[in-house]
Design a protein around this ligand. Structure first.
Ligand code: AMP
Length: 334
C-alpha cells in the first residue's frame, strides 16, 4: 500500500497507475471532496496533524506526496519519499536557484533588483505556484520580506524535462515537452518539443536528482533562449507537463514514480506517439465534443468546476495542428 500526502488529481492519477499493478492507496487531504478518493482510502485532516499522519503511514510500504508545499516536518515524520532535501530545496525559490548555481546549471540572474537589472520579476520565495505571488517591476524598487527578484527572460519558448531516478541511482527521461502558459497556468504541452536539446535537458535533470540523492519522478521547467537552456524551477513530484505520458509513452510518469519509490524496476520511457496535452481549466466541455477530436484521450479529475481550477486534460495522439487548435478552442469556449 502506498500512502500519499495530498489527494488532488496527481494523487488520483498515481492511484490509477497503481491499480493494474495491485498497488492500493491511502490519501491524506484536508478536503472531504479530494478527487483521489475515487481510487483509494481518503483520510480527511490537515497535513500537519500528527495523529492523521500516523494513521496515514500505518501499514504503508512507502509514503509519498503529490505537491511540494507539504510541511517538511510532516513529511519527515512519516519518512516520505522523496525526502527532506528535495522538499527543503524546492520550497524556497532562493535555495532552489542557489542549488542550480552550485551545480553550474544556468539560470536567469537572481537576487536583488540591482543584481537582476530591469525589467525584473519579483516572486515570493515560498508557496508561489502557477504564476501566483509574482509581479513585474520596471522601475527600481526595494524587495519586500521573503521576496526574490529575477531577470525577466525574453525566452524563445518554455520547455520541461521530466525524469525518474531509482533507488539504485539509475535514471530515465521522457522526451522534452514544449509548454504554453496563459495567466501563469499551463495550457498546452507538446511532446516531443521539435528540435529540443534533449541531452542538455537530461544533463540538468540528472545533476539535480543526483545532488539530492532523489528517488521518484522530478520535473525541471526550463527557458530556451537562443538554443541555450536556463533552469527556472524544479518540482520533486509528478508534473502537469508529463501528463501526456499516460497515453503517449511506453510507461507513464505515474507508474514510474510508483516503480521507483517501491524499489521496482523502472519501465521504458520512450515515445509511443507524438502527443499534445491540453488542460481543461474551470469547467469540462461536453464529453461528446471532446471524444470527436481525432486521437483524443479524455482524462477528467472528478472535481467540481471553479474558475482557474484544473478539472481535467485531453491528450491528443499524433494530432494534426488543426486538431490541437480545435481542442484549445473547446477548452476555452466557456
Ligand atoms: P513560476 O511561478 O516560476 O513557475 O513562473 C510561472 C511562469 O511565469 C513561467 O512559466 C513563465 O512563463 C513566467 N516566468 C517565470 N519566471 C520568469 C522569468 N524570470 N522571466 C520571464 N518569465 C518568467
Amino acid at each position: 500500500m502506498v500512502a500519499c500526502i495530498g489527494g488532488g488529481q496527481l494523487g488520483r492519477m498515481l492511484g490509477l497507475a497503481g491499480l493494474p499493478l495491485g498497488v492500493c492507496f491511502r490519501f491524506l487531504d484536508p478536503s472531504a471532496e479530494a478527487c483521489a478518493r475515487d481510487v483509494g482510502e481518503l483520510l480527511v485532516a490537515e497535513y500537519d496533524d500528527p495523529r492523521a499522519l500516523g494513521r496515514l503511514a500505518d501499514g504503508a510500504d512507502v509514503v509519498t506526496f503529490e505537491f511540494e508545499n507539504v510541511p517538511v516536518e510532516a513529511a519527515a515524520r512519516v519518512g516520505a519519499v522523496p525526502g527532506r532535501a528535495a522538499l527543503e530545496q524546492g520550497q524556497d525559490r532562493l535555495r532552489e536557484k542557489e542549488l542550480f548555481r552550485s551545480l553550474a546549471i544556468p539560470t536567469a540572474r537572481f537576487g536583488s533588483v540591482e543584481e537582476t537589472g530591469l525589467p525584473a520579476l519579483v516572486k515570493s520565495r515560498r508557496l508561489g505556484y502557477d504564476g501566483k505571488g509574482q509581479r513585474r517591476v520596471d522601475v527600481a524598487d526595494a524587495l519586500g520580506e521573503g521576496e526574490l527578484a529575477e531577470e525577466l527572460v525574453a525566452f524563445d519558448r518554455e520547455l520541461s524535462i521530466v525524469g525518474v531516478r531509482a533507488r539504485s541511482g539509475e535514471t530515465r527521461f521522457w522526451p522534452v515537452g514544449e509548454n504554453l502558459h496563459r495567466d501563469g497556468i499551463l495550457r498546452v504541452t507538446r511532446a516531443p518539443a521539435p528540435g529540443a536539446p534533449q541531452s542538455d535537458a537530461e544533463a540538468i535533470c540528472t545533476k539535480i536528482m543526483d545532488a539530492l540523492d532523489y528517488v521518484g519522478v522530478l520535473a525541471v521547467e526550463l527557458f530556451e533562449v537562443g538554443g541555450r537552456l536556463l533552469a527556472n524551477e524544479f518540482a520533486p513530484r509528478v508534473h502537469n507537463t508529463a501528463h501526456w505520458t499516460i497515453d503517449g509513452a511506453a510507461t507513464s510518469q505515474f507508474e514510474n514514480h510508483l516503480r521507483a519509490i517501491l524499489g521496482l524496476p523502472l519501465g521504458p520511457t520512450e515515445l509511443r506517439a507524438p502527443s499534445a496535452m491540453v488542460n481543461l481549466i474551470g469547467s469540462v466541455p461536453a464529453l461528446e465534443a471532446m471524444l470527436e477530436l481525432p486521437g483524443a484521450r479524455v482524462h477528467l479529475y472528478g472535481k467540481a468546476p471553479r474558475q482557474g481550477r484544473k478539472v481535467g486534460h485531453l491528450t491528443l495522439i499524433d494530432p494534426a495542428e488543426d486538431t490541437v487548435q480545435r481542442a484549445v478552442a473547446l477548452a476555452d469556449a466557456r
